[in-house]
Design a protein around this ligand. Structure first.
Ligand SMILES: Cc1ncc(COP(=O)(O)O)c(C=O)c1O
Length: 422
């Protein structure tokens, strides 16, 4: 802790120059200290330029752009497949970028939530993002089941904030034969806990359940090996750590063992059929043996552009290097926060061990109002963190663009906003 934040930034600079950093509205700094990349990542400078190239092709070519654009629109989604597959540790045939995250979870559950006999339950974590909770409850209802008994919410032990892997495994050992689908967040949105996805996937499958992962907070944040772990499916959005813009497209993974399985239900549209047959205009589809078969509609090119640009940046920088910088940044923030919380009604609820967290640190404001606190952080100190009511403030130093000085500013701002009680 002897080195200053500025010295650390000189030694370990990241790739901030590739991004637009918003100006600060409050505090003494021209730019915000941005910690909300776990909610909406910042805009890469290349996004606008590359998106304009696609827009220019539309202006120049009209419908002919489907085949004649510099990046032809018909196979455009294929440009995203390989870099997305590298990011999540998958074969290219196992990945496709399409739709939004919750829509994709539903499309995946059409295939992978098939309640039968006594095996009907869906297991999520109690602190699952509400969209996932609504999605699985509506899936239970869709199958004529009672969501209150069908959806199991795994809770941390009394007095603890995060789920223990051993408790997930114990549940699967004891009640796994009732579980049709285990669908947890790879990194929890609220606590920042990184789950042991390899171990849980193996245990879930050994218990006879289908295992899917919501990787909204994991993709672009932590290394993933979905193929090797043997997950049945996964989905993630691209607007958080993948910096592809508000509401950006999602990605899905479907393990290759499911490709071409005619017994799996899928909802289809003209993009579900093999591209070579798409314009034969036949009444029946011929789905490819790949994740592409889960596509339904023709994809939005101008929404895919920013995902393509972002994935290129990840390819150029490399996730392993980003993860190393991420661990250094988050460890630095943690050291600073440890000092701040020691004398205030605050605690850091994210697990401390490096293998149990990604970028994010979640701070609990005991008895306080997280929303009011984040407003003060923003308007008095130019620090953008986000509140999850009633009492959690999330700080995510993002290795592509956050700095050690940002971390110092965040800790100092928190100390200034919350009075000491000890
Ligand atoms: C863990 C998780 N799941 C699902 C969603 C919902 O995503 P979408 O609105 O893209 O469907 C979010 C959004 O933040 C999320 O964090």
């Amino acid at each position: 802790m002897n080195e200053s934040s500025h010295q650390r930034d000189e030694q370990d600079p990241g790739h901030r120059h590739l991004f637009h950093i918003p100006p600060a509205e409050g505090g003494d700094h021209p730019e915000v200290a941005y910690f909300a990349g776990n909610s909406l990542g910042l805009q890469p400078k290349a996004t606008r330029t590359e998106l304009n190239e696609d827009l220019d092709d539309w202006a120049r070519l009209g419908v002919e752009g489907h085949l004649d654009a510099a990046r032809p629109w018909l196979p455009y989604h294929e440009l995203l497949t390989e870099p997305a597959a590298r990011l999540v540790g998958a074969l290219p045939s196992e990945v496709v970028v399409m739709n939004s995250l919750t829509v994709d979870l539903h499309l995946l559950m059409v295939s992978f939530y098939r309640p039968a006999g006594d095996r009907t339950r869906i297991v999520i974590e109690d602190a699952a993002f509400p969209s996932d909770s609504y999605a699985v409850r509506s899936q239970a209802r869709f199958h004529g089941l009672d969501p209150d008994t069908t959806v199991v919410r795994l809770k941390p032990r009394d007095g603890e904030d995060t789920l223990r892997t051993e408790d997930v495994l114990a549940f699967l050992r004891d009640e796994g034969d009732t579980v049709a689908l285990l669908m947890l967040g790879g990194v929890n949105y609220l606590t920042g806990e990184l789950m042991d996805m390899a171990t849980i996937t193996t245990a879930g499958r050994e218990a006879g359940a289908v295992v899917g992962w919501d990787l909204a907070h994991a993709a672009g944040n932590v290394p993933l090996s979905l193929h090797e772990w043997g997950a049945d499916f996964a989905a993630w959005c691209s607007y958080k750590y993948l910096n592809s813009g508000p509401g950006a497209l999602a990605g899905v993974f479907i393990h290759e063992r499911h490709h071409g399985d005619a017994s799996l239900q899928r909802f289809e549209g003209w993009w579900s059929t093999e591209s070579a047959t798409r314009f034969e205009m036949t009444p029946e589809s011929r789905p490819p043996r790949s994740a592409d078969a889960w596509q339904v509609s023709n994809p939005p090119i101008f929404a895919m552009g920013p995902v393509r640009t972002s994935l290129r940046i990840f390819d150029e920088v490399g996730l392993p290097a980003l993860r190393e910088r991420s661990l250094r940044l988050t460890a630095y923030l943690r050291e600073l926060l440890d000092e701040v919380v020691a004398t205030r009604p605050l605690s850091v609820i994210t697990p401390r061990e490096p293998e149990r967290h990604g970028c994010q640190l979640s701070v609990r404001l005991h008895g306080g109002n997280a929303g009011a606190l984040t407003k003060r952080l923003r308007f008095e100190h130019g620090v953008i963190a986000d509140a999850r009511q009633p009492d959690i403030v999330r700080f995510a130093p993002v290795p592509l663009y956050s700095t050690y000085e940002d971390c110092r500013r965040a800790a100092a701002a928190l100390a200034a906003c919350v009075e000491e009680t000890k």
